[in-house]
Write a new protein. Structure first.
Length: 288
């Protein structure tokens, strides 16, 4: 099939893009940057926007830089920008590990970090990163700018707190402490396929070698990725190792409410969650 008819807009400044979006949002106007999700949906007539606002011609939107205690990722920063650590330290290493699981390299050269966040696919690796680390999304419209902190941005499958006339201009990830330990694990049928389940874990150790500041997130299982408080509680104050990791993995498996799709029953999804959380924690232990 071929996409339906649409009007194409190519703004050269952010102000121009926001103004156009404010005008066409009511007619199902969409922002396009990488287009790796939107264009296939349009080709299948699953999405039929009347207007496309192409932001690729706006200078500076592909920047990735640090600002205070945050890593700022612009709206046109491609997945491939993270193939090597964009900053020194645990966060740069973590992002470089996660990006290897996103589709295939040709897609990573075009798709964007912020586009993935705005699309809010439950199986998006970047959405899991944002949910687990507590990202701050900056949206802009003709009414001005606002920050939306996660949790609160993702609101279900393919749904976010963005208003139709708002453009996601940047995602801000909090920098991880130099001694943070990080692990990511994803299970799918073939490399490049959508994940069946994935987990991200970070923590630090106190002076007695016990876990502090644990973050455990699970994605591709429920309508949105999220932190699993029960798993984090099972880790807090414990010595890292098999017993603590198994308890956290079990807590995560019991806490999730899987979406049953195709032949993947809820029990199977919980089994996979148990496995990926345990493996993510094992990888975190080895990361220092």
């Amino acid at each position: 099939m071929k996409p339906g008819q649409f009007s194409y807009h190519a703004p050269k400044t952010l102000d121009e893009a926001v103004t156009i979006l404010g005008t066409v949002a009511g007619a199902d106007g969409r922002v396009i940057a990488g287009g790796q999700s939107l264009v296939p949906a349009m080709a299948l007539r699953l999405a039929q926007p009347a207007h496309l606002v192409d932001i690729n011609g706006i200078a500076g939107l592909d920047r990735v830089f640090t600002d205070g205690g945050e890593l700022v990722i612009g709206a046109c920063a491609r997945h491939a920008a993270f193939e090597r650590p964009v900053i020194a330290g645990p966060l740069g290493i973590l992002l470089a590990a996660v990006v290897q699981h996103i589709a295939h390299y040709p897609i990573r050269t075009r798709g964007t970090f912020c586009g993935s966040i705005a699309h809010a696919d439950p199986a998006s690796e970047w959405c899991l990163v944002a949910a687990t680390l507590g990202a701050r999304m900056v949206a802009r419209s003709t009414r001005g700018s606002r920050s939306i902190v996660e949790p609160g941005f993702f609101q279900g499958m393919m749904a976010t707190a963005l208003e139709p006339d708002e453009m996601l201009v940047e995602t801000r990830l909090p920098l991880l402490a130099a001694d943070a330990r990080c692990g990511f694990n994803e299970f799918n049928r073939r490399a490049g396929d959508f994940a069946i389940a994935m987990a991200l874990a970070t923590y630090r150790l106190d002076n007695n070698g016990r876990i502090i500041e644990p973050h455990v997130g699970v994605g591709a299982v429920e309508g949105s990725p999220r932190r699993i408080a029960e798993a984090e509680a099972a880790l807090a104050g414990q010595q890292p190792g098999t017993a603590a990791f198994a308890a956290a993995a079990e807590a995560a498996a019991l806490a999730v409410e899987p979406i049953e799709e195709n032949a993947e029953l809820a029990g199977y999804k919980r089994d996979v969650v148990r496995a990926v959380v345990g493996r993510a924690l094992e990888m975190a232990e080895k990361s220092q």
